[in-house]
Design a protein around this ligand. Sequence first.
Ligand SMILES: Nc1ncnc2c1ncn2[C@@H]1O[C@H](COP(=O)(O)OP(=O)(O)O)[C@@H](O)[C@H]1O
Ligand SMILES: [Mg+2]
Length: 401
Amino acid sequence: MKLAILSKEPNNYSTKRLVEAAKTRGHQVKVLNTLKFALDLEEEQPDLHYRQKLLSHYDAVLPRVGASITYFGTAVVRQFQQMGVYSPNNADGILNSRDKLKSFQILSKHKIGIPATVYVKDKKDVLPALERVGGVPVVIKLLEGTQGIGVLLAHTVESATSIIELLQSQKQNILIQKFVSESKGKDIRAIVVGDQVVAAMRRVAQGQEFRSNVHRGGRTEMVELSDEYKEVALRAARLLGLGIAGVDMLEGKDGPQIMEVNSSPGLEGIEGCTKIDIAGAFIDYIAARVDFPEIDLKEKLTVSKGYGISEIQIPENSEYVGKTIDESGLREKDINALTLHREGKVFPNPKGQREIEAGDRILCFGKIDSMRDLIPEKTRRRRKPRTIELSQEDIDIALER
Ligand SMILES: Nc1ncnc2c1ncn2[C@@H]1O[C@H](COP(=O)(O)OP(=O)(O)O)[C@@H](O)[C@H]1O
Ligand SMILES: [Mg+2]
């Protein structure tokens, strides 16, 4: 294949290793400086110029877009996608992971551990937010920090509120996050490539430092990940839409807590620590998928008038419970079952003989009018009751009543 690596830094360790891995596998490879592209938008002809020349054909692109050029870099990646060039990480995936709030918003809908996090604007919301994440010490984070810069630990309510006020007065967006103290300056970095965790290490902060970033002096050590940690890393990458990712997890007392997901994980620390050919794994993954460029499913499936995608939830009293997909008559109604979700499991392309159970969620493509009849009236989502810790004072007051 002919591969373009998008990077501003052709000489850094990761870029050099990726070039080397591609070459030893017999691929053609070029490092292209992300900032030297011009994006041409014309009717039916999205195109790219590189250093003032029309770009030649590439089979795949591997974006290594740094945080300082997210907007332009993701625009370049999106342009490659529009031109039908395969990329293991698409522009949306990169944007999802780059913004810590956005990634938590996406993950928080799922059963996947994340430290309790609150995003506030109004001053009046700060104190209640501190309480809701478990009080001090508390972590305060800039939305788009990297290398540990922009991550602070506040030990008192007073320092937390003044830090937050100061940052907000500087127009910084910040997150207030529970301090996962049991992780004690350690975290896990897992490298996800497609459906596999190809390498993992533990990073350990040194001295008084609570941040384990290598740039903050964190040391690395080998770690054998349990299936639970692997599964969480894979799911996080998938949910954010990344084929290649570095997933950072804190070792919480109830299991892994996702802290952030990187779309361009550095290779130096982890290859040095694990001696695994991670660059090679990236290249093999891309080469195996190069014939499957990104397709905008929504765009493709909704072009036919009157057709669309919908998820149908099967309630207990549904007439479909106990019937097979063939017997359900969905096909006759011009509805195709694409996937069936059942208790965290997914059955892609469910067979006609598969029986439908209460609680199933069936992702369908079909005639909108027919699907509308199948969707039960919206029931208000019941919120999980929160356990509220009562103080002795609360109990006394309640008993007096
Ligand atoms: N909620 C938290 N609890 C405990 N430690 C944390 C928490 N959030 C971050 N850290 C520590 O700070 C480091 C940097 O935080 P992170 O969110 O990854 O920011 P960055 O993008 O700057 O690396 C982490 O690697 C971890 O060691
Ligand atoms: Mg980090």
